[in-house]
Design a protein around this ligand. Sequence first.
Ligand code: ZN
Length: 245
Amino acid sequence: MMTRIGLISDVHANLPALEAVLSALSKRGVERIVCCGDLVDYAPWPNEVISRLQGMDVTCVLGNHDAAAIGSFPLALFAEEARVTVDWTRDVISPASTSYLASLEEVHTEGDFVVVHGSIRGPLWEYVRDPFVATEALATLDKQICFFGHSHIQGGYMSISGEVKTIDPHAKLSIVPEGKYLINPGSVGQPRDRDPRASYAVVDLGGGRGSVSFERVEYDIPAVMGAIDRAGLPHWLAERLEIGR
Ligand code: ZN
């Protein structure tokens, strides 16, 4: 039996982008939503994003920004300019949001798949964004699929009989029983692949077979840029949304 999953990641407190993705996913008839973490930081709606996803009973793992917001990831590991936004989030985050983030697992394992933010080896810190790291991650993956985020780059990596390939997000991916897959839906709230539209994926899975379609959806970027400025967050966070970098 096939299950249809809406796969999202790196929402980063961008509520208008999340709403656009959720409405696109509901039109695709997804049965559930899986999120690879980083609900907060970079935009002004951390509490709203958390309560929206909590209300939908989303399966979500902890990201490095989520951990930083609740004080369980050292600020020193963030670039200087990112610390400003972590401080901003810590000031506004509600007790309800804090306890939700504190309840999230770093690694979620279920059926044929694992969900992490960065990688299984380094759930909160490792970036899987080159074939070398991907080869190691695939070699140690004991499930068929690992869903991940963190790099804000849609696509991922796969191996079939030992050969590692980059997944092209512009084509529909077929899942076959003999393959292993690292699948990144891209970022909902702050894409970094020069396409500013919100990223997500639709995954059909069942009995070791299925498919992944990588999707984009437009949302009101100028409105979010204005809200970032009004909230007193750094203006470069608004600028990068416009160019998708
Ligand atoms: Zn992120």
